[in-house]
Design a protein around this ligand. Structure first.
Ligand code: PEP
Ligand code: MN
Length: 264
């Protein structure tokens, strides 16, 4: 693949290690405001705010996302934190709505990366658009599928690219919600020199305990950032309640990570 722009050259004032935080799902304007205020109170302001608007749930019947309305609440984030926002898109319609609402960075979720038709549809919708795209690894440990999705973005002219390592589904693993398989992100970085990989410990661990350990390992392995799901009231979150952390816990995690001398 031809060279792409690194996070520092996305034009959003971001740098690696990139810290991304925010709720699994947007729920209400009050929720977004409480999370922002919590971050200010704890003085833990991420570089990029994440929020799920369309939620691809494994089983039907659970909360499937608030939809476009939630994107209007991103103004609350801009007002309080003055940072860019990112959301997940799963089809061309989502892309159109996200662009209309001035989302700064898009990401492609693990359940979408597995489907080249869906990825290609998103790519076509992004033709001629200058926006950074982060691609999560597919549910299954298939490096080609992950790389293929990134290549499909690049092929339509998206050159602001990063990968997200969120672990791989494994029905037999009791410890992790999604097994990290560290060799995958490490291999991706080796094959594509300069491809930054953000670690998502929240979806790897699936619960609050262990997020620090996985985050530190990611830094030890030379990954380029962290995406940590953060909610002011995690136990009552509408999705991924077990794994979200409060702004205070986020601060404690970030303060405990050795970013400078990760191997020590
Ligand atoms: C999410 O980030 O909330 C999400 C649905 O992630 P994934 O695609 O990694 O399951
Ligand atoms: Mn989630």
């Amino acid at each position: 693949m031809k060279p792409h722009k690194q996070i520092k050259d996305w034009g959003l004032g971001l740098n690696s290690p990139l810290i991304i935080a925010g709720p699994c799902s947007a729920e209400s304007p009050e929720q977004i405001e409480s999370i922002c205020k919590g971050m200010i109170e704890e003085n833990v302001i991420p570089s990029l705010f994440r929020v799920g608007i369309w939620k691809p749930r494994t089983r039907p019947g659970s909360f499937e996302g608030i939809g476009e309305e939630g994107l209007k609440w991103m103004e609350i984030v801009r007002h309080h934190l003055n940072i860019p926002v990112t959301t997940e898109v799963g089809n061309a319609g989502h892309v159109e709505i996200a662009l209309k609402n001035k989302v700064d960075v898009l990401w492609i979720g693990a359940r979408t990366t597995v489907n080249p038709f869906a990825v290609q549809e998103i790519a076509e919708a992004l033709k001629g658009v200058d926006i950074p795209v982060m691609v999560k690894n597919p549910m299954n440990p298939d490096l080609d599928l992950w790389m293929g999705a990134i290549e499909r973005m690049h092929a339509v002219g998206i050159d602001k690219l990063a990968a997200i390592h969120r672990g791989f589904s494994d029905a037999y693993d009791k410890r992790f919600r999604n097994k990290p398989n560290w060799s995958m992100p490490i291999h991706l970085k080796r094959v594509w020199e300069g491809m930054e990989v953000i670690n998502d410990p929240s979806h790897i661990v699936g619960k609050r305990d262990g997020i620090l350990e996985i985050s530190q390992r990611a830094m030890n392995f030379g990954l380029d950032g962290l995406m940590i799901e953060t909610h002011h009231d995690p136990d009552n979150a509408w999705s991924d309640a077990k794994q979200q952390v409060t702004p205070r816990a986020l601060k404690e995690i970030l303060q405990s990570i050795d970013f400078k001398n990760p191997m020590e």
